[in-house]
Design a protein around this ligand. Structure first.
Ligand SMILES: Nc1ncnc2c1ncn2[C@@H]1O[C@H](COP(=O)(O)OP(=O)(O)OP(=O)(O)O)[C@@H](O)[C@H]1O
Ligand SMILES: [Mg+2]
Length: 387
């Protein structure tokens, strides 16, 4: 293949959250529900959950309220609750400043100055459970300063009030909170409850999966003293795509090269990805890079390449026992319900209880996946154990 074509193909398969609808596959339902919340609900904090790479940021990019102001914040600071809240405040101020709305410029600037000042004087706050931090400013002076979280809340509150006064309705999308630990996120959400509880303010956050699970249990009253429903009005789970949708996603991106991957190659890419669009893009790029001389990628080429790559990347990360391998192979060959797989294992002299335990553990480790009540091995494992 010509170098220029390869470049184009790799660019088309580049992993980046989408913002144009032409390449979007599925997700109408999720986007519609979130847009409905933004347009119809008076206020509240909402969560978006899903595995990494499944398309949370992509979905958030299409959330647009029919009135009011939409503000998207991507968090990057991670080391403590204080750092994360400071980051939210700072990023919000930067966005508002960009919009050049005169009446908000003063407070936006004040917020930026506050965060910069506090952050630079508490350069390592959040370490060792401490809010008190000592930093050597010069050889002769040592200063201790506390990050003023109360002032931060106050400023946050004032800032949001000012925004609401100007726009009536504000939709605040806060991305990347799902990369934090569940406990930390809960503490943050709890501490911002009052600040976020404002008429006209809808906050949508990307949250870790553990919080989604807990939220559902709280709503069902399965937890003894759950109070997540107090903090979150609702949560939305972004499911993996199905195999057809993954194939469609790759085809759409390669519109200019419709014959490059044949149907069987697309099938293999989808099988590997387990419905995760990021994994599908990654393996597709890997296949391109490993076969620079090929004009077309057939199913066989794709399969051989995926096997090689899986071997190189994952072989040493899992040390499987013989019994684990046996269970995985049966799941791979039969792809049935849990009880059907257990029956197959019993036929091969694995005790019933042992079979259930193994299946559960392999599922927890992500090596077995359950979709539509059927078990299958994950894409990576499938290619690792297939000869
Ligand atoms: N519905 C979709 N249609 C087409 N492509 C998608 C879709 N969803 C996600 N993608 C692609 O998959 C990749 C991952 O998506 P995205 O970055 O939105 O995931 P994420 O869940 O936000 O990931 P992270 O956990 O890293 O934040 C991106 O390259 C994006 O373009
Ligand atoms: Mg994201």
């Amino acid at each position: 293949m010509r170098k220029n074509d390869i470049k184009h193909i790799l660019k088309a398969l580049f992993d980046e959250p989408l913002s144009s609808i032409d390449l979007l596959v599925n997700r109408e339902k999720e986007i519609d529900s979130l847009n409905m919340v933004c347009s119809l609900q008076p206020a509240g904090v909402y969560g978006v959950c899903g595995e990494t790479g499944v398309g949370k940021t992509t979905v958030l990019n299409f959330v647009k309220p029919d009135e009011g102001e939409r503000i998207y914040l991507k968090l990057t600071e991670k080391e403590s609750k204080e750092a994360i809240i400071a980051d939210m405040l700072y990023k919000l101020a930067v966005e508002v400043k960009k919009s050049k709305t005169t009446e908000l410029l003063k407070i936006a600037k004040q917020v930026i100055d506050f965060v910069v000042e506090e952050r630079s004087e508490t350069s390592s706050f959040g370490t060792a459970g401490g809010v008190f931090v000592t930093g050597n400013l010069s050889k002769s002076t040592t200063r201790t300063k506390k990050f003023n979280i109360y002032q931060a809340y106050e400023l946050f509150d004032e800032f949001l009030e000012a925004l609401l006064k100007k726009y009536n309705k504000v939709v605040l999308l806060i991305d990347e909170l799902d990369k934090e630990k569940k406990e930390e996120v809960l503490v943050i959400l709890d501490s911002l409850k009052t600040v976020f509880g404002k008429d006209g303010l809808v906050v949508i956050l990307s949250l870790p999966f553990a919080i989604y699970r807990e939220y559902v249990r709280d709503r069902l009253r399965w937890n003894e003293s759950g109070n997540l429903e107090n903090i979150l009005k609702d949560t939305f789970f972004i499911e993996p795509l199905d195999d057809k949708q993954i194939q469609q996603m790759i085809s759409k991106r390669l519109m200019a090269y419709p014959d490059y991957f044949d149907g069987d190659a697309l099938y293999e890419i989808a099988r590997y990805s387990d419905g995760n669009p990021r994994d599908a893009l990654w393996i597709s790029q890997q296949i391109v890079q490993s076969n620079l001389d090929n004009e077309r990628i057939t199913g066989q080429i794709a399969r051989e390449t995926i096997k090689k790559i899986v071997k190189r990347y994952f072989e040493n990360s899992w040390e499987l026992t013989d019994l684990q391998k046996k269970v995985l192979r049966i799941v791979a060959d039969h792809q049935g319900s849990r009880s059907a797989i257990v029956k197959e294992l019993e036929k091969r002299n694995v005790k019933r209880q042992t079979a259930y335990t193994y299946i559960n553990r392999l599922k927890e480790a992500g090596l077995i996946i359950e979709r539509d009540e059927k078990l299958r091995v994950s894409g990576k494992i499938f290619y690792m154990i297939s000869l």
